[in-house]
Design a protein around this ligand. Structure first.
Ligand SMILES: [Zn+2]
Length: 213
């Protein structure tokens, strides 16, 4: 009798452990993450400061930072965050994502303008399954950052043009905006609750909701 009781306890413990591990809708999902530009191409360039010391912020670095934060969140939830290679063409990047059997694709970009005050959230889609996917991702980014929401634009633009993966190209904010550039500098020196973390968390929440639908 005592022996039976012991093995039942072990079983119960085993089930508790397994359900905690398997609780996420993201478990086993392959999320392809493209950090826009890279490979010697910087994308938009922003500047923090005026007069004294001015720090240059490259869009390609911001894209990589958001990908790293999102990768960490996804990995903790049991998903496989696949970093797409910094390949020269968008078509090659999509092919890279498809070659590993990805479920969805997020192409992470940040916007640029010669007007350092410009700042809003926008996303781009092309195909029908992109539109379904984007509805889960874009509104959460816009809400997390609290900037003007310019919505999801249907455009034959970026990586969503190629292949058949549900995908979205995000331009969550303007890195040329002075406040945004300084926010990234703060992130680099270890600040929490910066735009990078808010954006990655919003994308994570969107992915969780998409795979729970
Ligand atoms: Zn870009």
């Amino acid at each position: 009798m005592k022996k039976l009781f012991l093995s039942l306890s072990v079983l119960t413990l085993g089930f508790t452990f397994m359900s905690a591990q398997g609780a996420s809708s993201l478990t086993g999902k392959i999320i392809a993450l493209d950090a826009g530009h890279g490979g010697g191409e910087t994308g938009a360039v922003g500047y923090c400061g005026n007069g004294g010391v001015t720090v240059k912020v490259l869009e390609s670095d911001v894209n990589l930072a958001v990908r790293a934060e999102l990768t960490s969140l996804l990995t903790s939830a049991g998903a496989i965050a696949y970093s797409i290679g910094q390949l020269p063409t968008r078509k090659e990047r999509v092919a890279d994502a498809e070659s590993v059997g990805s479920d969805v694709l997020i192409s992470i970009h940040h916007n640029g303008s010669s007007n350092v005050s410009a700042d809003y959230t926008q996303s781009f889609v092309t195909q029908r399954n992109d539109k379904e996917f984007a509805k889960y991702i874009h509104p959460r980014i816009a809400s997390a950052l609290g900037l003007t929401d310019k919505g999801i634009k249907n455009d034959g633009y970026g990586m969503t043009v190629y292949g058949s993966l549900p995908g979205i190209l995000t331009e969550s904010y303007f890195i040329t905006n002075t406040t945004a550039a300084c926010d990234f500098v703060n992130y680099q020196v270890g600040a929490s609750n910066t735009r990078v973390q808010k954006e990655a968390q919003a994308m994570y929440n969107g992915l969780l909701a998409y795979f729970s639908r």
